[in-house]
Design a protein around this ligand. Structure first.
Ligand code: B3K
Ligand code: ZN
Length: 878
């Protein structure tokens, strides 16, 4: 396979200005007629290469004259037209088979409907086209299909014709007035139901909002509608962005490779990111629905109105949009908890990627298969980069930069340099060094030393960045570091009262209680004079930069910060450092951590009925999950980490037994389920306490406690909490466990997303043997072609069942590798994602490395390996 390089970028020779598509949908085959007006931009050019894959070419004509077979050139990936003039009308007719499309890219069938997924390069599976984001055309789409079977026919933009029915065939035409690249094209044909609402924009335009789904799911769409309206309002208020079409539609589909897609005016969503009801979605799922609806909606500006010049710029739209959705979620829910969740994910997943063989910059320099670059580096690290602009520039300048960006690049395809350019322009800052965040891969490391003498407190901060593939030496980054100082009682010190000396730029924030340093040198120092005692440093407040911090400090300082700091992130980070210390080395005494956890649980008992405080308490009481530990520990001993976490869990449960029971009882439901902040926080605390308390029980008492809760609760969050304890508690009788699983299945078998969860909990449980899991893949409800279902066993296993995945007989690696090989034949994108756990082999001991690499080797030798999987396995073996 060929490597595509950023350095080779060339503007297109021809532009496609207008595209008229007609889809004639029939069972088994769809005929696509594509009428394009193209115009030359490069005077020296006279041929045009169009992308196309898996297409049957039926006819091609230029300006009304059909071409003979020898007048064009065709291969597996393209159609080339020669001897062209300055402008032409090109008509191409292709036949495609959506029913056979298991890759779920292009036009495909999902249960009873047809739908599309075109980003990044799916449009080329529909027709021959300049399938690149810098070619923006106005699209008109006519859809013709059986009137009885497909009453719902949707595409981008506004409906301009129809529906009309002739000979039992329904026909409609949609027109999208905004020029767009092909990856934003969408089409849906089905027998769908919908809910409708309206939104009145800041300029008093009334927009129709519709959410479509198959009839059995329509009752679960209301929450998403509310989230959409909140998003529209928020984007007007916070970013000045108004919606631009008369209608905005979301369609929920059951077979989808990722979360959702921002097609212009017609977002297509995985059901898992739209549907929500108390019995089918957990609190986490509700939050995800709200966040993903917002994310896709925000793309209407950051992605659609301003799109990307080429796929190397992917983070221009994704990093910015993730940042925007994170800000939205912070405003809707708890800001501190959202930040903590995001940092947890970044450290557990993005840092791991950045430290491994697949590390790449936020703006990669090359790729083989672009689908492999929808990564946490592009998305989440990209969002951190956008956040750093805001931190460095301040809120007002950042907003001015964003306004200028949208104004200047509206209707065009931009680059990350363009984004940096507007931020530099509005702030008058030189961002040359800052742009290294886009170019250099790897997580920078800050090493911090303190010294205190004669009233002077000095911090010395050194930055470095490890080598990554293709990038040995790194240049220093510009790193915004926000910090605060506390005295030994935990009272914040004001920087207005201190004499500060630093060779870097710095400014005070937060009314003088925070200091923002802009670190640019390999080593920087900052000192504070005239202090009576050595202060405690609250470092990297709000996680002001995506870096690792090496800062050796006494547990007393961490405890003080966990209890007193004003910054929610630092409180949690300090507590997490204490958790981590219990896993570093074998001789650690866990007594003090157990006491601290008990102290927080006691405090939580007396916490006011406040969503933020309860949620933060639940977060502080949560032991870091294994992926986080695996990534954050300085040296990794898998067996030690897993056994320590089991022991620690049991000891915390047993030693504070009474507190957990009280906390559980105090926070269990007092009324019907509400997906609001306080309800979620109470459930989080109750279920945390529930699972610790269960650790202290055994025998009948345990069985009664778990099954009692399970049968009492009225929502999936609590039901899941009970079931997840049941599937992994060794002391629970196997008969009780299987009865619970059976009852759950019987009750919820009609709800696909709930059954996904049922599979997933079993796949994650260390009590499930490989044989059990193989049996689960033969369950009648298992379907490897449905991505949610396939992930519910294999990805859940690969990501969370560390005991079984890392078994020293290699059976876990074999189980996942076999599945990846099978799925690669059907759906390469899904397969290549599933391989992620194996690509992390470098973190493990020699023996496991060997076993993991052997499975990667095996996959790399499969004769018909996809481009997607090939890139991932070959790069991870280098
Ligand atoms: N832009 C899409 C992702 C497309 C992934 C293609 N393999 C969803 C999103 O980020 O909003
Ligand atoms: Zn996105």
């Amino acid at each position: 396979p060929q490597e595509i390089k950023l350095a080779d970028y060339q503007a297109p020779d021809y532009y496609t200005q207008a595209t008229h598509l007609t889809f004639d949908i029939n069972d088994g085959a769809t005929l696509v007629t594509n009428l394009m007006s193209v115009e030359r931009r490069n005077d020296a050019a006279n041929s045009l290469q169009l992308d196309g894959e898996h297409l049957e070419l039926v006819a091609v004509s230029i300006d009304g004259r059909e071409l003979a077979g020898n007048e064009y050139q065709i291969d597996e990936e393209s159609l080339t037209l020669h001897n062209l003039d300055a402008s032409h009308e090109i008509k191409i007719v292709t036949r495609i088979k959506p029913e056979e499309n298991t890759a779920l890219e292009g036009l495909y069938r999902s249960s009873s409907m047809y739908c599309t997924q075109c980003e990044a390069q799916g449009f080329r599976r529909i027709t021959y086209y300049q399938d690149r984001p810098d070619v923006l055309a106005k699209f008109t789409t006519t859809i013709v299909a059986d009137a009885a079977a497909y009453p719902t026919l949707l595409s981008n933009g506004n409906l301009i014709e129809g529906p009309s029915i002739v000979d039992g065939r329904r026909s409609v035409t949609w027109e999208d007035p905004f020029p767009k690249p092909a990856y934003l094209f969408a089409l849906v044909a089905g027998d769908l139901e919908m809910i409708e609402d309206t939104f009145t924009t800041m300029n008093d335009r009334v927009v129709t909002l519709r959410i479509y789904s198959e009839p059995h799911n329509i009752a679960q769409c209301d929450y998403a509608m509310g989230a959409l309206k909140r998003s529209m309002k928020w984007d007007e208020e916070q970013f000045g962005r108004e919606y631009d079409l008369d209608i905005f539609m979301i369609v929920a589909v059951e077979d989808f490779n990722m979360g959702a897609m921002e097609n212009k005016g017609l977002n297509i969503f995985n059901t898992s990111c739209v549907l929500a009801s108390k019995d089918t979605a957990t609190d986490a799922a509700y939050e995800r629905v709200e966040a993903v609806v917002a994310h896709e909606y925000f793309h209407n500006w950051s992605g659609n109105r301003v799109t990307c010049r080429d796929w190397f710029q992917l983070s221009l739209k994704e990093g910015f949009t993730v940042f925007r959705d994170a800000e939205f979620s912070s405003d809707m829910n708890s800001r501190a908890v959202k930040r903590i969740d995001d940092v947890t994910f970044l450290r557990a997943v993005q840092f791991a990627e950045d430290a491994g063989p697949l590390a790449h910059p936020v703006r990669p320099a090359s790729y083989i298969e672009i689908s492999n670059f929808y990564t946490t580096t592009i998305y989440e690290k990209g969002a951190e980069v956008v956040r750093m602009y805001k931190t460095l520039l301040g809120d007002e300048k950042f907003r001015a930069g964003s306004d200028l960006y949208f104004e200047r690049f509206d209707g065009s395809a931009a680059t990350t340099d363009d984004f940096a350019g507007v931020m530099a322009e509005v702030s008058g800052r030189d961002l040359t060094q800052f742009k290294r965040w886009y170019e250099q891969a790897g997580t920078p490391v800050l090493t911090v030393h303190e010294s205190f003498s004669a009233g002077e407190f000095k911090l010395t901060i050194t930055q470095s960045c490890p080598a990554t593939p293709g990038q040995k030496e790194k240049l220093p980054f510009q790193i915004p570091i926000e910090l605060g100082l506390l005295n030994e009682e935990g009272t914040p010190l004001s920087f207005f009262d201190l004499v500060i000396d630093c060779e870097e730029q710095f400014e005070s924030r937060d009314g003088g209680f925070s200091l923002l340093l802009s670190m640019t040198q390999p080593t920087s120092t900052v000192s504070f004079s005239f202090l009576d005692d050595k202060p405690v440093v609250s470092f990297l407040r709000g996680f002001s930069a995506p870096v690792r911090v090496h800062y050796e400090r006494p547990a007393e300082d961490l405890k003080l910060l966990a209890n007193h700091d004003t910054d929610g992130f630092v409180k949690w980070d300090s507590m997490t450092s204490l958790w981590l210390q219990s896993f570093e080395g074998k001789e650690v005494d866990h007594g003090s951590l157990i006491d601290i956890v008990g102290g927080i649980a006691e405090q939580a008992l007396h916490a006011p009925e406040d969503a933020e405080q309860k949620m933060l308490a639940a977060t502080l009481l949560t032991m870091p999950e294994a992926n986080y530990l695996f990534e954050q520990l300085s040296t990794l001993d898998v067996d030690h980490v897993l056994s320590t976490s089991d022991q620690l869990y049991a000891s915390i449960g047993t030693q504070h037994k009474a507190t957990w029971l009280e906390l559980f009882e105090k926070n269990t439901a007092s009324g019907p389920y509400q997906p609001d902040g306080l309800g979620m926080a109470r459930r989080a605390l109750a279920n945390r306490a529930f699972s610790y308390y269960a650790q202290s029980l055994e025998g009948d008492e345990l069985a009664e406690f778990v099954t009692g809760y399970f049968s009492q609760v009225d929502n999936l969050t609590d039901r899941r909490a009970a079931l997840s304890v049941a599937v992994r508690h060794e002391k629970l009788a196997a008969s009780v466990r299987s009865k619970m699983l059976e009852d759950f299945y019987t009750a919820w078998q009609a709800e696909a997303l709930v059954i996904d969860m049922w599979f997933s909990l079993q796949a994650q449980s260390p009590l499930s043997t490989i044989n059990d899991l193989q049996a689960l893949t033969r369950h009648p409800a298992f379907d490897v072609k449905n991505p949610n279902r396939a992930r519910s066993i294999y990805s859940a296993f690969g990501m969370y069942n560390h005991h079984r995945l890392h078994a020293l007989d290699g059976s876990g690696y074999q189980f996942i590798a076999d599945a990846i090989g099978e799925i690669d034949q059907l759906n390469p994108q899904l397969a290549s994602r599933m391989a992620t756990p194996l690509t992390r082999w470098h973190r493990y001991d020699h023996e496991r490395q060997g076993l993991m690499k052997a499975r990667l080797e095996q996959l790399s030798h499969s004769p018909d390996i996809s481009k997607d999987l090939f890139e991932i396995v070959s790069k991870s073996l280098q």
